[in-house]
Write a protein that binds this ligand. Structure first.
Ligand code: ATP
Ligand code: MG
Length: 567
């Protein structure tokens, strides 16, 4: 393509709200255009990249016999009511009515739709297994759309769903999808990690996320320095924590602790490790049909509450903060809350590490008082893993040291089981002539988010650096002096020659200064650059990689072979 024929509205200035490299460069490079919070248009260059990423995804899925379909974006609310997600999904689900007052939902994911498709078309075990996918728009009314394509409200997702006669076959497909996803992300030139994950609103058991490693990632991943263990912090586990400091040895008693409210203050006051202090976090858990309750989460003072784990422990849709007024209404005193002698009927969820705990210090639910010598015997709690793994904790697989790293979630695969097929009554006749619900898996890739993830991992201070399979073109030709007829003619002829050799080329044929064109070239980030300059008269041109500061000179007769070699 010729630059002069393409709409590439590059920008010099950093757009107002953009802070992340990918957001800035995708806007500045003329790949995308913002239309509203979390809403973007793809301009010609962006569409080319999107299609390239999409075709890598499609090629690899088709190669393992997944079949592409395309489902409606507007989905009847009745299906969502049947699966129970109309309520559960919360405010991310965009609901609306048509002129006949029927309820609809803009698809944020398509389990219900795909189960319905299969329910109507697959009747026998002989038609299984089946893996159907689509690469289509999704809409989620995200609470904080940000970072451009990273967290949009409207975005492109590859969502796949597999149907099986039993768990074993579903697990086989799950493993096949894991391998396929690895091939996709490797082809796209990404450094990533597959980690254990929480299953969230989609439900089911056993899920893995594909995390592109980048400091700007929104997800915290726990990794072991010694073994392969990796998990999203929402699902990470650790070996039991051992505290070598001695426990405060005291008989159970109420102790005056005037104005001593925080874990740090208590630790200082009693000269004890926070491990021996009970931390109490109070939250309101929200359930279906507008129901809610206040829950007391208790854990060791040395630990931090992991909200996703806490939310799962009470099977809530969401946890929200509780105001001071609400606290006082039920007789709780901030700074002095505790799960012992609570006096009100509130659900208490304790962290597993408090099972059989003794010699603890905890709030006495009275202003200016804490209990000493308290233990789990005095609490009526149910126990769950609700604390976050901390850096330096011990790996439960190998005893190694756990650390944090940041990741961008680009894929998520789930072992679903019958979570949707049962409520939606999607059944088939098995080998024995009995009806049975489909056993399912579901597999997502954030196709448009991948553009942002690639740039987060591959950019410099000048702009994008696309990877081989994601780049909008294989090579970018720049004519140094566009007034020089010799240079222009040569650029045109090599442009034709490269195209003939099936190499995709962007020829900057604009009558602009070299420096100006070079700036756009670096911003757009095609990995190979051919500079046709003064030395053309001596039969020499320059080939440069976008990642390198300096190019290498080549004789014209060796050029084509070298370009083919690089591409
Ligand atoms: P996140 O935790 O980032 O919100 P999720 O767990 O809600 O993601 P899934 O429901 O598993 O995401 O969706 C499948 C994939 O779609 C994700 O792995 C991610 O790459 C992509 N994705 C999800 N939400 C968005 C969004 N708002 N914008 C762009 N891509 C998204
Ligand atoms: Mg989400």
């Amino acid at each position: 393509m010729r630059f002069s024929n393409l709409l590439i509205p590059t920008l010099k200035e950093v757009p107002n709200d953009a802070t992340l490299a990918s957001h800035i460069y995708l806007l500045r490079g003329g790949f995308i255009q913002g239309v509203g919070s979390g809403l973007y248009n793809f301009l010609p260059l962006g569409k080319i990249v999107l299609d390239k990423v999409r075709s890598v995804v499609k090629e690899e899925l088709d190669a393992v016999n997944a079949q592409e379909v395309s489902l409606g974006f507007v989905t009847p609310a009745s299906m969502w009511r049947e699966s129970g997600r109309f309520e559960k999904y919360g405010k991310e689900l965009l609901r609306f009515k048509d002129r006949k007052d029927n309820d609809f939902v803009l698809g944020p994911t398509h389990e219900e739709m795909m189960v319905n498709l299969v329910k109507q078309t697959v009747k026998s075990y002989k038609q299984l297994p089946l893996n159907l996918y689509q690469i289509n728009l999704k809409f989620r009314d995200e609470i904080r759309p940000r970072f451009g394509l990273m967290r949009g409200r409207e975005f492109l997702m590859k969502d796949g769903y597999s149907f099986h006669v039993n768990e074993e076959d579903m697990r086989r497909e799950f493993a096949l999808m894991e391998e396929t996803y690895k091939r996709i992300f490797t082809r796209l030139g990404l450094e990533f990690r597959v980690v254990e994950a929480d299953s969230g609103a989609i439900g089911g058991s056993g899920s893995k996320e594909f995390m592109v490693l980048a400091n700007s990632g929104e997800d915290t991943i726990v990794v072991c320095e010694n073994c392969e263990y990796g998990a999203n912090i929402e699902a990470a586990i650790r070996a039991d924590v051992v505290c070598t400091d001695t426990a405060p040895d005291a008989l159970f008693a109420k102790f005056n602790t005037p104005n001593i409210k925080t874990i740090d203050d208590l630790s200082e006051f009693f000269k004890v490790n926070p491990y021996y202090i009970v931390k109490t976090v109070v939250m309101r858990a929200l359930y279906d049909e507008g129901k809610s309750e206040i829950v007391l989460f208790v854990l060791r003072g040395s630990d931090i509450l992991e909200e996703t784990k806490a939310c799962n422990a009470v099977k809530a849709n969401e946890l929200v903060e509780v105001s001071q007024e609400e606290l006082s209404e039920i007789g709780l005193v901030a700074g002095y809350m505790g799960a012992v002698e609570l006096g009100v009927d509130i659900k208490i969820i304790a962290d597993n590490s408090l099972k059989n705990a003794t010699n603890m210090i905890c709030g006495a639910n009275v202003e200016n008082y804490h209990f000493v010598g308290a233990g789990s015997e005095q609490m009526t709690a149910s126990y769950h893993d609700i604390s976050a793994v901390l850096e330096g904790d011990v790996c439960s697989c190998c005893g190694g040291r756990l650390t944090y790293t940041k990741g961008i979630e680009v894929g998520h695969i789930f072992q679903l089981g019958t979570r949707y097929s049962e409520p939606l009554k999607a059944e088939f006749l098995n080998e024995n002539g009995k009806t049975q619900p489909f056993v399912m898996g579901t597999y997502g890739i954030g196709v448009s988010r991948l553009l942002a993830a690639i740039i987060e991992q591959h950019h410099d201070e000048k702009g994008c650096i696309w990877t081989k399979e994601s780049s909008p073109f294989d090579i970018h030709i720049i004519v140094s002096n566009s007034k020089d007829e010799n240079q222009t003619n040569y650029a045109n002829s090599i442009y034709d020659e490269l195209k003939y050799a099936n190499i995709s080329v962007l020829l900057d044929d604009r009558k602009e200064r070299f420096g100006f064109k070079m700036k756009d070239c670096e911003l757009i980030g095609i990995p190979n650059i051919l500079i046709v300059g003064q030395k053309l008269d001596d039969g020499i041109v320059e080939l440069k990689r976008r990642t390198e500061a300096d190019g290498v000179e080549f004789k014209l007769d060796a050029l084509l072979a070298e370009i083919k070699n690089r591409i």
